[in-house]
Ligand binder design. Structure first.
Ligand code: PXL
Length: 276
């Protein structure tokens, strides 16, 4: 059984990052180990003013040293929201020591949406994420994260335009990623993701767009891809499944008697991942 190290914050309330990634990876039939980067009372979205934030840098370093001493190695590393630029430097130092020789690195930059940095992040944080892209086997930015990392004008990139999307994917590959998956790609009334590999192969997967934005869908998407790909080895099927899973989780959220917007009820559709 494969074991992926999930490196993200713990938002105690709010359905994102580790509390989303771990159940999705487990349902996918892959072991999830966790390295919490920070502990927050909630995520940093506008629904939760006044959130608390505890940086776990020292604990990360002690944990990583303990694992190195024990000789623990992972089949994959999957990073998402971290919190501090120092986390990036620490991970660049330790990932090579903790990854098996044929291990793979999944980087979800997770720092922006709608062209804006998440609360507390700035250009320097975005540029630090680009240093993780350099070592990525797969990178999963949305259009906001890709354009902010690459210094492109977010508003001038049309997610409906194949050339615009391919240009962004090419720049992510040029930045060092072996494979790039851009999320939020559009085709008329459809939304999804497009993959481009270093061999210049492209693959697009789309589903009908539900015209409402929900927090945490990027974390859901990346976690479904990572879990399913690690179990099956088929990246196209993993992307198709994630593109289908996100709108199903949104529908389940809308059907709830108390619809929330700060996260999605992925728990209601986990069964879509467990047929293995
Ligand atoms: O869903 C990404 C995410 C993860 N973790 C924290 C966040 C966000 C998005 O805002 O604030 C703490």
């Amino acid at each position: 059984m494969k074991d992926v190290l999930i490196i993200q914050d713990v938002s105690s309330f709010g359905k994102c990052s580790t509390t989303v990634a771990l159940p999705i990876i487990s349902a996918s039939g892959v072991t999830g180990s966790i390295l919490p980067t920070s502990l927050l009372s909630t995520h940093t979205g506008p629904e939760f003013p006044g959130f608390t934030f505890l940086d776990l840098f020292e604990n990360m370093k002690a944990t990583l040293d303990h694992w190195v001493d024990l000789g623990i190695k992972f089949d994959a590393v999957y990073t998402g929201y971290l919190g501090m630029i120092e986390h990036v430097d620490l991970l660049l130092e330790y990932i090579p020591r903790l990854l098996k020789d044929d291990g793979e690195i999944f980087i979800d930059p997770a720092f922006a949406d709608n062209g804006e940095y998440y609360h507390g992040f700035d250009e320097e944080y975005g540029k630090a994420q680009l240093r993780l892209v350099e070592i990525a086997d797969y990178v999963f930015p949305n259009l906001s994260e890709a354009s902010l990392m690459l210094g492109l004008d977010y508003k001038s990139i049309d997610p409906n335009n194949t050339k615009d999307v391919n240009d962004v994917l090419d720049l992510l590959l040029k930045a060092g990623a072996k494979n790039a998956i851009l999320t939020g790609v559009r085709e008329n009334d459809q939304i999804g993701a497009r993959l481009k590999t270093s061999d210049n192969e492209t693959y697009t997967s789309l589903e009908t767009y539900i015209t409402q934005n929900f927090h945490g869908t990027g974390d859901v998407f990346a976690s479904v891809v990572v879990g399913n790909y690690l179990r099956t080895g088929n990246i196209h099927d993993a992307i198709d499944l994630a593109v289908k899973f996100v709108p199903e989780a949104i529908k389940a959220t809308l059907e709830d008697e108390n619809p929330i917007t700060y996260g999605v009820h992925f728990e209601k559709v986990l069964h879509l991942l467990t047929n293995h």
